[in-house]
Design a protein around this ligand. Structure first.
Ligand SMILES: [Fe+2]
Length: 262
């Protein structure tokens, strides 16, 4: 699996506070079946990171992972990315945007605002597309503006954006409203990737596969966590289409989730 959204770098945002915590998070992700992590620290007004700071933290973590004990299976590959706040992105120049993209391609992980309205988001995405970038929207299921105006997300996706759902949202870790909206996005074909958005081992853990299994989405796991991320990282022209698998109804999934909690 490839995790396209993970706050694994030490001391740079609200992810791990130390190198030791970062190594533990990377090891935990590997034990969950993640072979490749894109490190996506916040680039926002609150976390004023730039590509040079991210590269330095990444080099530090990769060196620590190379020194750490354990089998090669416990060492995911970690590459550079960023989670860029929509409120910050217009402040970044072309060089910086290119350096903050995911892998070798034109994709940027864009964090929509956690507000009831997102005026200007259409314009920001359209402008990035015009300049040759592509937009992967981080956790739209947690963005109140999308809840209030469902057509907004559909418009962005029709314009070429993709949506990355947080694995924990699919098992209710962010509450019932977010869970139901995330489910509706999967049903409507408006979810293209599932990532961990991990920050730590406890409250924001690095799992993806178990959450997909619990949510009844195992038939889509390979597409969501391997095929689409691979295409994004390689800058492929075409994102592979969603496979025509049948998914369990929400009522059936709900029974699984309830049984799983017993
Ligand atoms: Fe994040």
């Amino acid at each position: 699996m490839i995790d396209l959204h993970c706050h694994v770098l030490p001391g740079i945002d609200d992810g791990p506070r130390s190198l030791e915590e970062a190594v533990a998070l990377a090891h935990a992700a590997a034990r969950c079946g993640v072979a490749e992590i894109v490190a996506t620290p916040h680039v926002s007004w609150r976390y004023d990171n730039d590509s040079a700071a991210i590269a330095a933290a990444l080099a530090q973590l990769n060196a620590a992972l190379a020194r750490a004990e354990g089998s090669a299976d416990e060492r995911p590959r970690i590459s550079q990315g960023a989670e860029i706040a929509a409120t910050r992105i217009s402040d970044l120049d072309e060089r910086e945007l290119s350096a903050l993209s995911l892998g070798d391609g034109p994709w940027l992980l864009l964090e929509p605002p956690f507000t009831n309205a997102a005026p200007g988001l259409d314009g920001i995405v359209a402008d990035l597309h015009r300049r040759g970038y592509r937009v992967l929207l981080a956790h739209p299921e947690r963005c109140p503006a999308f809840h209030r105006e469902p057509d907004l997300l559909r418009r962005l996706i029709d314009a070429g954006a993709l949506a990355s759902i947080t694995a924990g949202a699919l098992v209710g870790r962010f509450g019932a409203t977010v869970l139901h909206y995330a489910e509706s996005l999967v049903e409507a074909g408006l979810a293209h990737n599932v990532a961990s958005d991990a920050h730590d081992l406890r409250s924001r853990p690095p799992g993806i596969a178990a959450e997909l299994e619990s949510a009844g989405l195992a038939p889509l796991a390979e597409w969501l966590t391997q095929a689409v991320p691979q295409a994004i990282l390689s800058g492929a022209e075409r994102i592979p289409p969603r496979p025509p698998v049948s998914l369990p109804s929400r009522a059936r999934k709900r029974r699984w989730l309830t049984q799983g909690r017993k």
